[in-house]
Write a protein that binds this ligand. Structure first.
Ligand SMILES: [Zn+2]
Length: 318
């Protein structure tokens, strides 16, 4: 729990100890990292670049209900002059796709009536004898068919579609989230978007916008963690550095943003989980954390101080 009267200097000292602890805990075990990656995907398939392009060309859409006198099919869906369905877009672009059956059986959600799925290519395999190893069979690609997938925005249901294996929780998570968002807007000058979009990407920032996804299906502590992570990118000017052609790598940017998020959450009394795995996933080392420590500690202690002030746990800035 953050002390009521902690100064910015004290925040920085505490953050330095937190950062040392995190650097020592970075997960490098490939099995644990693989598990972490799988948990992150929640059983959702990673589509090939070609299918990803196909999905981008087919925004989530639905059929339109015909009103009196309009041409329609037997179920009442509106048809145009050529007898084709009239469609309207549900959203500009989808974020999370899977098939009709998998939405219901694995994710507890139902594709909403009238929704039109997107077509993707599905590889067809056949089991054939392995010439090098007669006891074994191997899968051989024999062609492609098409399959239909639906975006999460085209489904209904209570089933939680995703669970991101990192985040934070704690007694004051609502207050921390509200104060972080307030600071992001009026202190960091970011345009904050709290989005209902369900996405395996918890959020993103591009130098101007700080976006946090999954606001309806994530706990406030984890939303606070995502906000702090994206604020880390924002305050460390990662997007500007990339636009200016500076050589910050994605690995380095993720390391710094996550270390900021970890320190900020812990300084504000939240318990954080998944950071050590996330750092391992981005190939962080204790040495790299040390190199970035001055920038991380400057930004983390500043954010924590400003957020504590907005939470009312500090009465003056120091
Ligand atoms: Zn990031």
């Amino acid at each position: 729990m953050a002390k009521q009267t902690m100064t910015k200097k004290e925040y920085r000292e505490r953050a330095a100890r937190l950062l040392d602890g995190l650097a020592a805990a970075i997960v490098t075990d490939p099995d644990r990292l693989k598990q972490f990656g799988e948990a992150w995907r929640n059983g959702f398939h990673q589509y090939s670049p070609m299918n990803t392009m196909l999905l981008m060309c087919q925004p989530p859409s639905r059929k339109v209900v015909a009103t009196d006198g309009q041409p329609h099919d037997k179920d009442g869906w509106l048809l145009d002059a050529e007898g084709e369905y009239v469609l309207e877009q549900v959203k500009d672009h989808g974020t999370l796709y899977t098939g009709y059956k998998k939405w219901r059986e694995r994710h507890g959600r139902q594709v909403t009536k009238g929704m039109v799925g997107a077509l993707i290519f599905v590889p067809w395999f056949k089991w054939v004898e392995d010439e090098d190893n007669p006891d074994k069979k191997r899968k051989k690609l024999i062609g492609f068919g098409t399959g239909t997938v639906f975006d999460v925005s085209q489904t209904d249901g209570d089933g939680a579609p995703i669970e991101i294996p990192m985040g934070a929780f704690g007694e004051k998570e609502d207050e921390v989230l509200a104060a972080l968002v307030a600071y992001a807007k009026d202190g960091a000058g970011a345009h904050v978007e709290m989005s209902k979009d369900v996405d395996l990407t918890g959020g993103w920032s591009d130098g101007t916008v700080v976006r946090v996804n999954n606001v309806d299906c994530s706990n406030p502590g984890s939303l606070a963690h995502t906000t702090a992570h994206e604020l880390g990118h924002h305050e460390l000017k990662h997007a500007e550095q990339r636009m200016n052609g500076e050589s910050i790598t994605r690995n380095r940017a993720e390391l710094e943003a996550e270390c900021v998020a970890y320190c900020v959450c812990e300084l504000l009394g939240l318990q954080t989980f998944g950071s050590a795995e996330y750092l391992g996933h981005w190939r962080a080392t204790a040495e790299a954390v040390k190199d970035s420590a001055p920038a991380i500690l400057r930004v983390a202690s500043h954010i924590a101080d400003e957020v504590a002030y907005r939470m009312g746990t500090k009465t003056r800035r120091n």
